[in-house]
Design a protein around this ligand. Structure first.
Ligand SMILES: Nc1ncnc2c1ncn2[C@@H]1O[C@H](COP(=O)(O)OP(=O)(O)OP(=O)(O)O)[C@@H](O)[C@H]1O
Length: 482
């Protein structure tokens, strides 16, 4: 089946929804390019039409496009060779007929050209941007992840998340073109669920429409991701707005098991909390996890109550303040592939760090996630990746950088390089020192036990004392491989 996001990609700027100002600014930039000759950075969240806008612009202007991925071809040489040649040669593909006088160079992932490995790439792009005889659009998620030199060399245009009001007409058009009947509320529901991300709204529409010729609000609500409607209220209550007690009551009202609620909170808390709050929240999540383990082991479901206390009231109490505004929570956590990934990640942490599986999962993984949230700091993320021999899926799982796979890929490549360097330097003993690192909790690997009952079963642990929450738990090794 054709991917609807491709099938309905805007072909002209006027079809790019939302972001009218940004769209106009982009058109103006292109029309006046001969006067200023500056490159432009288009930045904003994934799935809101940045790349589509660049291509649509080229189509409107009658320009050809050359698309490069900055982090796929990162070295200065490669960028010089490909982008440089393309940008300086308007007749590369025989377009000297006059219909296409320009080539628009679209440089994706412009915020992923940094770190040691990419340094050459970044200055090459900056040089190219300054000297190009062709218009260049750089695409980035985060403007401030670009080097200062590159930022200063470009104009900037921000694309904002697409409002639900702008998403609905796109979905409606697609339904009409597909001959699909719909209830307006169903489309509104899909738009609301996807919090500004048009690509995922279109994906949801396609998933829900499969096998149907009419979609109702009920179809949407029954769909997998629809449970998240009530869940978003719950997430807002716990992570942003409500007191511990009110959060607990909200948790009782959500039609989900404490197992799933724990996964949601675990997955989304780092989007909202500051590091101090996060550390406290993870303690409560670890406790919730213990109680869930006890339920599994004993089938005594009355323990669920304690899990809920921890995951709702405990996590809410870990907050320093309430927050307003709107958070883009994204989709459901831990789809089946992610569970497998989590198991592998935990095993690697356990094996390399000398922990039991239970300690790795409950106590080390959350800290690694907090330390390397969204791959920052990058050097630490690279070091972690090298030490635990993580691949892309593992890094994305730990850091939460799932959507920016190129960022993750570049980290894995740098980690491979780091490992090779260290292997060369130490002739195979690169991380030998790590094996001797004594772990603070003395929890030496027991090989495989993932049973939560292998740790203390003291009910008091639902509310850790301040001392306990500050106890170092096996992070002793991090600084050694950094
Ligand atoms: N503003 C929009 N108007 C119309 N369709 C859109 C818009 N934004 C996204 N889409 C739909 O989502 C798809 C993906 O959009 P696009 O690749 O342009 O997003 P992006 O912002 O460049 O995302 P990324 O940063 O992940 O590359 C498009 O093919 C289109 O189907």
């Amino acid at each position: 089946m054709t991917d609807w996001t491709e099938k309905y990609r805007p072909s002209t700027l006027s079809e790019v929804r939302g972001n009218d100002k940004a769209r106009d600014a982009l058109a103006k930039w292109a029309k006046t390019w001969d006067d200023h000759r500056e490159a432009v950075v288009v930045y904003g969240s994934p799935g809101i039409g940045k790349t589509s806008a660049a291509h649509a612009l080229a189509a409107d202007m009658g320009w050809e496009t050359v698309e490069l991925n900055a982090s796929d071809q990162r070295t200065g040489d490669v960028i010089e060779r490909f982008a440089g040649r393309a940008a300086k040669n308007a007749t590369l593909s025989g377009s000297s007929t006059g219909t296409s006088t320009r080539q628009l160079v679209i440089l994706d992932e412009a915020d992923n050209i940094h770190g040691n490995y990419d340094r050459g790439g970044s200055s090459a792009v900056t040089k190219l941007v300054k000297s190009s005889s062709q218009p260049i659009v750089l695409i980035a998620n985060d403007f401030y992840d670009m080097s200062r030199g590159l930022r200063n060399a470009c104009r900037e245009i921000e694309f904002r998340d697409v409002s639900s009001r702008s998403i609905v007409p796109v979905l409606r058009d697609i339904c009409r073109k597909e001959g699909l009947e719909f209830e307006s509320d169903a489309l509104k529901q899909i738009a609301d669920m996807n919090s500004g991300d048009l690509r995922s709204a279109v994906n949801d529409l396609q998933a829900i429409a499969e096998g149907r010729d009419r979609i109702t609000k009920e179809d949407v609500v029954m769909g997998d991701r629809d449970r998240s409607v009530g869940l978003f209220e719950f997430l807002d209550a716990v992570l942003k707005e409500k007191s511990a007690q009110e959060s607990l009551y909200t948790a009782y009202d959500v039609d989900e098991t404490p197992d799933d609620l724990t996964k949601w909170i675990e997955d989304k808390v780092s989007l909202v909390y500051e590091p101090d709050e996060l550390a406290r929240a993870y303690e409560f999540l670890a406790n919730a996890d213990k109680w869930l383990g006890r339920v599994r082991a004993t089938q005594n479901y009355s323990y669920w109550r304690y899990a809920t206390d921890n995951l709702a009231a405990g996590v809410a109490a870990s907050r320093d303040r309430t927050r307003g505004g709107w958070t883009r929570y994204g989709g459901a956590p831990y789809r089946s592939t992610r569970n497998k990934t989590r198991d592998t990640v935990v095993r690697k942490i356990a094996e390399n760090g000398g922990f039991s599986m239970a300690t790795a999962r409950r106590e080390v993984l959350p800290y690694l996630s907090a330390l390397t949230h969204h791959c920052k700091p990058r050097e630490l993320t690279v070091a972690m990746t090298a030490y635990y021999e993580f691949d892309e899926s593992h890094v994305s799982f730990v850091t939460g950088s799932g959507e920016t796979t190129n960022k993750v890929q570049s980290i894995v490549e740098d980690a491979d390089e780091l490992r090779e360097e260290l292997v060369e330097e130490h002739a195979g003993g690169a991380f030998a020192g790590m094996e001797n690192v004594e772990m603070a909790d003395g929890d030496v690997s027991d090989g495989a036990s993932d049973d939560v009952l292998d740790r203390d079963t003291d009910a008091d642990d639902a509310t850790p004392t301040e001392d306990e929450s500050e106890t170092d738990d096996g992070q002793a090794g991090l600084s050694d491989f950094f």
